[in-house]
Design a binder for this molecule. Structure first.
Ligand code: NCD
Length: 430
């Protein structure tokens, strides 16, 4: 098999749109056996699947009517071309993605996992240089884009903040973009104004990725969030179609939720509950865009009402830095998501996400640290997924995804089996 057993099986389940339980019974194996085949290679309980199963699954994925339907939906050709913006390989908005295109990207991210987990190295982007241009605060987005590019063999040039850039001298976005295009092979840009990254992108032919444009969009974050949800659901035996997703917090200025709800609306029958303090509600133009595919969107200011029965709770930070005249009065302590609240309204299979950073100060009313040892808290699985997703984005935009598999070599250095002291086997990192 040219891909890992885990990636092969996940891909088959995703393509057939089946939960682990249904998939196991469809191919006539015990769920427990399937679980051991889905563990990362090298982990203690990992087992190789019998060859006959591999052949059988390959046959199904090549023949089912469902897969035929997918191929008939016009989703053919290189992913780079399918998501391009006016013929250019750029990632500016989740609007560029259909469900099939997102799932194609996730297959590439699955392939990147051995590199992200420090088992393999690749140098497919050797010689390429990334310009990481962050004109707004960032820790994880900037570092993870940089690390993803480096892990594919490229190098990174960084610039942070306006103060140290020529924009402080009045330089236009057009000039900066054109100048940088002569220095680097791809750019990731974060800028405080909505639409600014698209303006950068219009002034260049090299790949541009939107790392967050003010209150606009954050497409790479939404892709890693959706990838995390699908991975967690696969572990829990759930399907995203028909699930209940609760988004909590500053939905007016939070660009991560703007991108995520639009991207998830490509699925069917989802119940989105939008819980925000008065004055920080989701903009209506985004609600309109997400109202398709039999998805239901309910808005409320009540946490207890909104969280009831949620499969995913996606919490966000209050974006005070973007406030114009808004007051923070509505952001009362009952907006703090903590263990007692989740125990009261949700089940043991609920997952709790947050794009981070969370405000951990006691008066912040953000995601509480009392969930840190609770397996439902998926925030670090989510941040870890930033690497394979951003590697996949670069590989697609620079057209090297087909070279990655054969470029992999074993790592030479020692690394811990779990990167976090509280990680366990289902983090998929052992
Ligand atoms: C978010 C952002 O910058 O939009 N963080 C991130 O990129 N993971 C969320 C935030 O700042 O609250």
């Amino acid at each position: 098999m040219s891909i890992s057993q885990q990636a092969f099986l996940r891909d088959a389940m995703r393509r057939m749109n089946l939960t682990r339980d249904v998939f196991a019974s469809r191919i006539g194996v015990k769920r427990r056996a399937l679980d051991t085949w889905l563990l990362p290679e090298g982990s203690q309980e990992y087992r190789a699947m019998p060859e006959v199963v591999e052949r059988f699954v390959s046959e199904i994925t090549q023949n089912t009517a469902l897969l035929e339907k997918y191929t008939q939906s016009g989703q053919s050709g290189a992913l780079r071309d399918r998501i391009s913006v006016e013929g250019r390989p750029q990632l500016l908005s989740v609007d560029q993605f259909t469900r099939e295109a997102a799932e194609d990207l996730f297959r590439i991210a699955d392939m990147m996992q051995p590199i992200a987990r420090r088992q393999k190295v690749s140098r497919v982007l050797e010689g390429a240089v990334l310009g990481n241009l962050f004109f707004e605060a960032s820790t994880r987005t900037r570092v993870s884009f940089g690390a993803a590019f480096c892990r594919l063999g490229g190098s990174v040039c960084d610039t942070t903040g306006f103060t140290f850039s020529s924009m402080a001298k009045g330089e236009s976005i057009y000039d900066t973009s054109r100048v940088l295009s002569g220095y680097v092979d791809a750019m990731v840009i974060r800028h405080p104004e909505q639409g600014s990254v698209a303006e950068f992108a219009r002034a260049t032919n090299i790949p541009v990725v939107n790392g967050g444009d003010g209150p606009g969009e954050h497409p790479s974050q939404a892709l890693l969030d959706l990838y995390t949800i699908l991975t967690e659901f696969s572990r829990l035996g759930k399907l995203l179609d028909g699930a209940h997703i609760a988004m909590v917090g500053d939905l007016k200025y939070g660009r991560t939720v703007h991108s995520l709800i639009k991207l998830m609306a490509a699925y069917r029958g989802i119940k989105f509950t939008l819980i925000s303090p008065k004055g920080l509600e989701m903009p209506s133009y985004i609600i309109e865009q997400a109202s398709r595919n039999d998805n239901v969107i309910v808005s409320t200011n009540s946490m207890s009402e909104g969280l009831r029965g949620a499969d995913v709770i996606y919490a966000t930070r209050v974006q005070k830095e973007r406030f114009a005249n808004e007051e923070q009065e509505g952001y009362t302590p009952d907006f703090q998501i903590n263990r007692a609240m989740i125990d009261a309204h949700c089940g043991p299979d609920t997952i709790v996400m947050h794009p981070l950073p969370r405000d951990s100060r006691p008066d912040a009313n953000d995601l509480s640290i009392d969930l840190n040892h609770d397996p439902r808290l998926a925030i670090f699985r989510q941040t870890d997924n930033g690497i394979p997703i951003r590697m996949a984005i670069f590989a697609v935009l620079l057209g090297v995804e087909s070279l990655v598999q054969h470029s992999m070599r074993d790592v030479t250095w020692q690394h811990p089996s779990h990167v976090g002291p509280d990680d366990s086997s289902f983090h998929g990192l052992d």
